[in-house]
Design a protein around this ligand. Structure first.
Ligand code: ADP
Ligand code: MG
Length: 491
């Protein structure tokens, strides 16, 4: 396997290159209403059914900031240890587009709500040395635009304003990322944090989280090169493909004597390539100015402390807690990667399960079964309480490992509780030496030749006798007792 800690380099015709990446992540804020209007924000509604007069930019309408959207952005900032700016301001970013009836987007260019913070990622979950801390420059709050639909009719475009005015957080990273793998780890971690906090659902397929990917290349150790920005990339895999593709394109260009132009590009996932959309616009092209309809946003310490108090245990803290409880680094990282998994597993621990074994069982048995059955932790009928009951039956010696697997399969099929299954189907493990001895005697008698061989030194036959005994007892014999009795009888 490649060494994740080795610097990522791309070989060109004339030597090695380093790639430099900064991501601007747009995350749709979870809130019932839009940033400046009371219209609903649910995804997938009939077009233009969630549009207030403010979102449609009717003349004379005034925006009113939605406290919940501000609260969510502050909570997100606190979750990445960022500085919260008690004084921030909304600016108008002016441009014309058919999905933007106002003719400007209300955003925060000069005074964002959230300042510098950071996100720590692991390139390899089992290796603390693979940790990277990625700087976040700022998080500002802004309006989303509507959506144009070009594919319904050959000669017409339609506009859906449902998304118009929905609150977005724009989370701007520093140019600290140095490889597709780092960018992927950063996005996954950021998504996990947003979902733990509950400020964004992180659903990249539905577009509630999307990234603008800034890429440049340089010779290792030299100054940053000119970057391009590929807009609206909506999956982690695509972001990684954009970085690879853009880096190679820029390297080829530079090596053949060309220069990289700072421009905005689009990604075509079908072709796996980016293409130029427009030359890069600068802030002055947008004629930014403070929105005269809105007062500066002022928040106080009490509001910030309220936000802080509302935060749940975050992935890094949870992971540490799991590891301290004896869970392996790998299991801890798998169990904390998705908030739903972590919640389910926390409930299993609360139901009294022993952490290390519960983690092994969840990652191996439960996730294995869910994969096989095309289910997820949120759709499964297996409750943490029933899982705890199953693990307890093993601990008490009522079930052997083999029987526990059988009971678990029946739980998956029937939805019944493990105790009930054990009772009804008589699946209890037996340590009854009388019954076990009787079966062993039969097996030894029927396999005289193997007994001879065993006694003559072919000790690996022991496993054969164990297997035969377990089979004869329909898997219900206590394996410890079987081993002990066989040893006694075989001498
Ligand atoms: P702008 O306001 O013009 O979009 P910013 O300074 O806000 O520029 O940067 C936007 C994004 O581009 C940030 O995520 C930043 O990390 C990234 N970025 C800046 N310079 C570079 C570079 N040379 N290579 C790659 N990414 C860069
Ligand atoms: Mg930008």
């Amino acid at each position: 396997m490649a060494d994740v800690n080795a610097p990522y380099r791309i070989k060109g015709e004339t030597g090695e290159w380093e790639v430099v990446v900064g991501l601007e992540v747009h995350a749709q804020v979870v809130s019932n209403a839009k940033l400046f209007s009371g219209a609903a924000t649910a995804f997938g509604a009939e077009p233009n059914t969630q549009v207030s007069l403010v979102d449609a930019a009717m003349p004379g309408m005034l925006p009113v900031p939605n406290r919940e959207c501000i609260r969510q952005a502050v909570r997100t900032g606190l979750a990445i240890d960022a500085k919260i700016n008690k004084w921030s301001r909304f600016d108008r970013k002016n441009y014309f587009y058919a999905d933007l009836p106002q003719g400007y987007q209300i955003s925060q260019l000069y005074h964002p709500l959230v300042g510098e913070g950071s996100v720590t990622v692991l390139l390899d979950e089992k290796d603390e040395a693979s940790a990277r801390t990625i700087g976040v420059e700022r998080i500002h709050v802004e309006q989303d635009a509507g959506k144009l639909m070009h594919d319904q009719h050959p000669t017409m475009s339609y506009v859906d304003l449902n998304r118009s005015g929905v609150a977005l957080m724009e989370i701007v990273s520093k140019p600290d990322l140095r490889s597709p793998a780092e960018a992927g780890a950063y996005l996954r971690k950021l998504r996990a944090i947003l979902r733990y906090v509950g400020s964004c659902d992180g659903n990249m397929e539905e577009g509630s989280m999307r990234a603008d990917v800034n890429v440049s290349v340089r010779r290792p150790g030299e100054q940053f090169g000119t970057r391009t920005e590929t807009k609206n990339v909506n999956s982690v895999r695509f972001v990684q493909q954009v970085i690879e593709h853009e880096a190679r394109r820029q390297i080829e260009l530079l090596e053949s004597g060309g220069t990289v132009v700072q421009e905005t590009r689009l990604y075509d996932p079908d072709k796996g390539e980016t293409r130029s959309l427009r030359s890069k616009e600068d802030a002055h092209d947008y004629r930014y100015f403070p929105d005269p309809d809105l007062l500066p946003l002022e928040i106080d310490d009490a509001f910030i402390e309220d936000c802080r108090a509302s935060l749940p245990e975050l992935p890094d803290a949870k992971r540490k807690r799991y590891e301290t409880a004896g869970i392996t680094a790998y299991n801890a990282s798998v169990l904390t990667a998705e908030v739903e998994t972590a919640r389910w597993f926390d409930a299993l621990l609360e139901a009294g399960a022993e952490p290390a074994r519960a983690a092994n069982w969840t990652v191996a048995e439960l996730f294995g079964a869910l994969n096989r059955r095309g289910e997820t932790i949120t759709t499964t009928g297996i409750s943490p309480q029933e899982a705890a009951e199953l693990l307890k039956l093993v601990d008490e010696g009522t079930l052997s490992g083999t029987l526990a697997k059988q009971v678990f399969e029946i739980m998956l099929e029937t939805g019944d509780a493990p105790g009930k299954i054990v009772e009804e189907r008589g699946l209890k493990q037996t340590s009854d030496t009388g019954a076990i001895d009787a079966e062993i005697d039969k097996i030894l008698a029927a396999n005289g030749d193997k007994v001879e061989q065993y006694k003559a030194g072919k000790v690996q036959l022991f496993g054969f006798f164990v297997g035969q005994t377990m089979k004869a007892m329909a898997g219900k014999a206590n394996p410890g007792v079987v081993n002990e009795r066989l040893k006694a009888k075989l001498g």
